[in-house]
Write a protein that binds this ligand. Structure first.
Ligand SMILES: [Zn+2]
Ligand SMILES: [Zn+2]
Length: 410
């Protein structure tokens, strides 16, 4: 069917607004908004048939003139997020079933190949209007807040996405579990046995870290994702255990990690201490927690030429959190397919000197080739420590000190 015929067939269903008319052809002619596209089609047909052009001024049978209310919805969204600190947003929509049914009927009746759904136009147009009002961009992938519109009830629902940061904790006192345990007797409801706290242990590493976090982010909760866990009776000292803290539904996001670290260490009063490294995200939690996800190594590194420990430590720091491109190492190339893969250095830390060599603790994503991370493997691994130092460097000894899931003592 020609487009002109399709347009006439659509208009035969009932009065159709420019937005909905244009949206039935929404994936044609980029650079037009749906209402511009719809008005254009209406004009083209009027000219082709030498009929007077009439601007749409009725009630749309598809959407009930929803798009007249975009400014009103933008106001509602602005009101709903006014107490929140955020940088990016996304608008979503619960499509009223009748509207979905209306447009889907036309799509299938006329076998339309390139329609855009009502939902996408609403999300985009309201998102744009909100963005223009408050000067914050829409982010489709990782928005700080998502606001869901419900046209059936005229209400909005705000979802505040979690904030994540990465660090290491030490635990100096025995008898503190890593995460909160409900009381065994009452399962968290509160009973005499637990002094009506609902908790089996009064404090956990999660709570000792989480309490000041919840206060500073004005958040609902804080969840600790650890790279493995130690026994409740074991201390966790040395370089500490890597963790990611998830801050749930924070009203504030721009917290200074250094201040936060100080506040956690002050309030945990020597029972637990943390070193906070950087911001993180949900994807990294999966990596950190998945069983084969990572290994921790203790390596000795030899560097050709003069280099101070400070310079060395500084160079290491630039690899922290970095995704490394590794072509299959020369030493295994004869038995592995030659390909480039990406693996992350989750954590890397200078741990002193030994026998004139530098000691390094590395936590790498599964499959990270550690020797090549140091040597650069003749440019097959990038970036590498050798590349950053601009000096030859290689690993002279390598110990795996932690495999995910294994229990660690002290
Ligand atoms: Zn409409
Ligand atoms: Zn209890």
């Amino acid at each position: 069917m020609e487009i002109a015929e399709q347009v006439k067939a659509i208009l035969a269903y009932g009065e159709t607004c420019d937005h909905c008319l244009g949206r039935f052809f929404g994936k044609r002619s980029h650079g037009l908004s749906n209402d511009e596209r719809g008005r254009g089609l209406r004009i083209a047909i009027a000219i082709a048939e030498n009929q007077p052009y009439e601007k749409f001024s009725s009630t749309c049978w598809v959407c009930g003139n929803f798009f007249d209310t975009v400014p009103l919805w933008a106001d509602r969204v602005v009101e709903a997020v006014k107490e929140l600190e955020f940088s990016t947003l996304l608008v979503g929509c619960r499509v009223p079933p009748l509207i979905a049914e209306n447009e889907e009927m036309v799509w299938s009746d006329l076998s339309l190949a390139e329609p855009e759904p009502f939902k996408s136009e609403v999300n985009r147009e309201v998102g744009k209007a909100v963005s223009a009002r408050i000067g914050k961009p829409v982010d489709f992938k990782k928005p700080d807040v998502v606001i869901i519109l419900d046209p059936s009830t005229g209400t909005t629902e705000v979802q505040v996405n979690s904030v994540f940061f990465y660090g290491r904790y030490q635990k100096f006192e025995r008898g503190i579990p890593q995460t909160h345990w409900d009381c065994r007797a009452c399962r968290g409801a509160g009973c005499e046995k637990c002094n009506f706290t609902g908790a089996q242990y009064l404090d956990s590493v999660e709570e000792l870290i989480g309490r000041p976090v919840i206060a500073m982010f004005d958040a609902e909760n804080a969840v600790l994702h650890g790279a493995g866990r130690e026994d409740i009776d074991a201390r966790m000292v040395g370089t500490g255990r890597p963790f990611i803290l998830e801050v749930v539904a924070p009203k504030r996001r721009s917290v200074d990690l250094e201040k936060l670290e100080n506040e956690i260490n002050r309030t945990a009063a020597g029972r637990v201490s943390v070193a906070l490294k950087r911001w993180s995200d949900r994807a990294e939690v999966e990596t950190l927690k998945s069983n084969k996800a990572h290994k921790k190594y203790r390596i000795l590194v030899e560097v050709d030429g003069e280099l101070t420990a400070d310079e060395f430590a500084k160079a290491l720091k630039t690899l922290q959190g970095v995704t490394i491109q590794q072509r299959t190492p020369e030493r295994v190339a004869h038995r592995r397919a030659d390909k480039i893969r990406e693996r992350k250095v989750l954590d890397i830390e200078y741990a002193g000197e030994q026998d004139g060599k530098f000691v390094v603790e590395v936590l790498g994503e599964a499959g990270l080739y550690i020797k090549e991370l140091v040597s650069g493997d003749s440019g097959r691994t990038r970036p590498s420590l050798a590349e950053i130092l601009n000096k030859a460097a290689h690993v002279t000894s390598l110990d795996v000190t932690q495999v995910e899931g294994a229990k660690e003592g002290e």
